[in-house]
Design a binder for this molecule. Structure first.
Ligand SMILES: [Mn+2]
Length: 414
């Protein structure tokens, strides 16, 4: 018989085993995050999940008699199965009537536009690509010990109606859509689209407030020149955003900049406007915590809220091939996720995920990475209790009229 006498035997009393400090598999086990997260799950409610199951049976009819699990409906509704259904982001409710977004803590809106692209296009399919792969996620994160479905409300308002051949009209549409969501008090989460949308997205929030906004921008590229190829392209959002009186350039913090694709024109503007650039190498040398500490200090200095812009190409192109301007030497996925989580833990007034281009993607890994950035931000906002903090600053809400219609669409109902 093999035995290990130095190892204390495990108690067989169930009451003892339920107590974390009585676990003896290893003396340090209870110090690990893995252990703490396992215990924390017990404290999370399940009411949202119970409600969703009942809702699914109401919407999708009860399942066949032969199915033992009576929560399974005939028609797939909500989270399960992950391969089925009509995909909104994270299978969140579709706010088809966008006047309803005010009922949700956060609203996802797609911005399918790649007219600002100066190399590879395809980001007009970004929102649908991200929504599709987002279906494989549950709303629960083990390490954060958060369950988004239980701890926040989320909807997907669908896409802004962009005008493919007209950047300026598209910008106006985006600003209008974002300002509607921001005015409602819901947190706007934009899925691009190329990075030209950064300007109209920030403008949409800036128009709803008398307060000041800082920006934390993850990218390999500075994106701050005035024009590119004679237009306001995806290389230009921060020039125009920081022209707005309540978006000071000194509160723009750009993290991950570097490589061989930063136009010198942009550097001149960054220098003139005194933006703050932390290169990939800076981050590597300082470490994640110090990088975030500096970034937050500079972005939040004298402003009331911070906007988060995440260009997927800030991650090493080996992980995100499906993007418009791939560049080697970027963040590792773990670094990027840790950075955005820590930034979000201080609160944000909105975020955008840009430059996911599904036609160039492989096995949906770029879209998957983009999804992770968004859900990690949401998880961090929930875990830190900062979800909804931006609302009080939306002191100049805009009202956009809706059309009049009564009856049913595509229906025989009278
Ligand atoms: Mn970029």
């Amino acid at each position: 018989m093999f035995c290990t006498p130095s190892r204390p035997s495990r108690s067989h009393n169930p009451r003892d085993r339920a107590l974390p400090d009585r676990r003896h598999h290893h003396p340090d086990l209870t110090k690990l995050r893995g252990w703490r997260a396992m215990q924390a799950e017990e404290g999370l409610p399940e009411t949202g999940w119970e409600q969703e199951k009942k809702w699914a049976l109401r919407m999708g009819l009860t399942g066949s008699d032969s199915i033992d699990d009576k929560s399974i409906p005939t028609f797939a509704r909500g989270e399960l199965p992950h391969y089925a259904g009509i995909n909104t982001f994270l299978k969140a409710p579709y706010a088809e009537d966008v006047t309803e977004v005010k009922h949700y803590d956060a609203t996802v809106l797609g911005i399918p536009f790649d007219g600002g692209t100066t190399y590879r296009a395809g980001t007009r399919f970004g929102p649908q690509g991200v929504r599709k792969i987002s279906a494989l996620y549950t709303p629960y994160n083990y390490e954060m010990a958060v369950d988004l479905r239980e701890q926040m409300t989320l909807c997907d308002a669908g896409d802004v109606f962009t005008i493919p051949a007209n950047i300026e009209k598209t910008f106006d549409q985006i600003t209008r859509g974002v300002s509607h969501v921001a005015s409602s008090g819901s947190l706007p989460i934009m899925i691009g689209g190329d990075h030209s949308i950064g300007f109209p997205c920030v403008r949409g929030i800036a128009e709803c407030t008398s307060k000041k906004i800082g920006i934390i921008h993850f990218d390999r590229h500075a994106d701050i020149q005035e024009k590119d190829l004679d237009e306001r392209m995806h290389t230009t959002p921060w020039f125009h955003a920081t022209n707005m009186p309540n978006v000071p350039a000194k509160n723009l913090v750009q993290i991950g900049i570097g490589g061989w694709q930063v136009p010198r024109e942009a550097v001149k503007v960054a220098r003139e406007r005194e933006t703050n650039i932390i290169t990939m190498r800076d981050m590597e040398e300082m470490g994640i915590d110090k990088t975030v500490e500096m970034a937050l200090e500079m972005a939040w200095d004298g402003v009331d809220m911070v906007y988060l812009s995440f260009d997927i190409d800030s991650i090493d192109c080996g992980f995100v091939p499906g993007t418009g301007w791939p560049e080697p030497g970027g963040f590792l996925p773990r670094e990027a996720l840790a950075l955005v989580s820590k930034v979000a833990a201080e609160g944000i007034c909105g975020m955008e995920l840009v430059e996911v281009s599904p036609p160039y993607d492989q096995s949906e890994i770029t879209a998957l990475m983009g999804t992770r950035v968004i859900v990690d931000v949401l998880g961090s906002l929930v875990a830190s209790g900062k979800m909804g903090d931006h609302k009080r600053h939306m002191d100049k809400p805009v009202t956009i009229p809706h059309g009049e219609f009564e009856g049913k669409r595509w229906s025989n109902a009278t």
